[in-house]
Design a protein around this ligand. Sequence first.
Ligand code: HSE
Length: 461
Amino acid sequence: MELSIYQLKLMREAIQDKPTVGFKIGLLGLGTVGTGTAQILLDPAQRHPLVQELELYRVGVRSLDKSRPVDLPADRFTTDLESIVTDPAVDIVVEVIGGLEPARSLMLTAIAHGKHVVTANKAAIARFGDEIFTAATKAGVYVLLEAAVGGGIPVIEPLKQSLCANRIHTVMGIVNGTTNYILTRMQTEGGDFADILADAQQLGYAEADPTADVDGLDAADKIAILASLAFGGRIKLPEVHCEGIRQVSAADIAYADKLGFVIKLLAVAKRNPQVATDPEQLQVRVHPTLIPKVHPLASVNQVNNAILVEGDPIGQVMFFGPGAGAGPTASAVVSDILNIAAILKVGRGSQMPLDGKALLDPLLACSHQHYCAIAPMDELTTRFYARFSTNDTPGVIGKLGTCFGDHNVSLESVVQTDVRGESAEIVVVTHNVREGNFHQALTEIRAMTSVNSVASVLRVL
Ligand code: HSE
């Protein structure tokens, strides 16, 4: 008979006549999320009773000299993170140091030592998920990551469990709070990106180095993870199309507003119905998008996140809430710890592979073997918004219309909005068109003498 790690622990403690203290947590990192996690673990009153069985056993920190907002004996802290992930007494390693290394190596070492892992690290999972989950499946341990996407919003577990009866066709959402905060302020104040970014940095809403957020990289990591769960395969991160919000101007936000849209950084993963030869192909992409004001995602403002899932037969469900912050993210981390503790407690978790096949709950473990095929962006069918700066001369709109028509790009609306001296601004919104055709038309339009510049190109939901 196969005994779970928890049953073995009970037996060991019974033999040694030691009381059961529950599950020992090794926490790697005591930054914002680590502190929030420690605070929940050290204050179990009125939470689920299982929280009382979690012992914050060791805490890995960068320096022992700092004063800490958590009340723990000094000997629980160490700067030797390796000693935590190899400590035989630790049951669950919680990785909240972030970044790629040493986070990846520490998680792999923990797994190799039979520890279950909870992580908030979307960057490491999006890049090294293949290696980490392959190792975890082999070792018979769980790696849970609710906090990696959407902060406190439960979305990973619903995709794995609550929605698993559905055939998912779309997962899309606003998964980056920093960019949503900047775009919301640009919308309400009419300000320019650079000014509002600088202010957001001063107020602590944007990092000193905002690259991962404003260039869409953080959202790309998150949609790669969501796509992997929704569509049951691994995603190669470099295949995720990624555009950030630096090029979104106050003018675009104002035009979008007049046309009935708001602009959001949208992360999208969906089956690509356009590719009849390969219906398994996915679109996975991040880009600023004009969203109709009546769409449920249009009213998700400030630092909030929301993820909309469409599936058969459920239809649409939307998850909304705080996408970052100590408390919300710690809520997700501790829920993962509790999921593992609950499994261990009832003896469903096993570290001992049987004939090389570990016994893991198939709804919680990630054992995907194949990579999803991602469709090239040229094959995407979508609507576009484009803004042109042109000479205010007769026939310019006609030339644009003819060029788009020649490339099978059908226009929904054409508006000449702003005439200043000799130049005019022309804004077009297309019907659904093949992206490759649209870009061919743009190449010809750029070469027209009556067109000064293609000031902006954005997709429309
Ligand atoms: N930097 C992220 C955001 C928070 O702005 O949403 C952590 O995922």
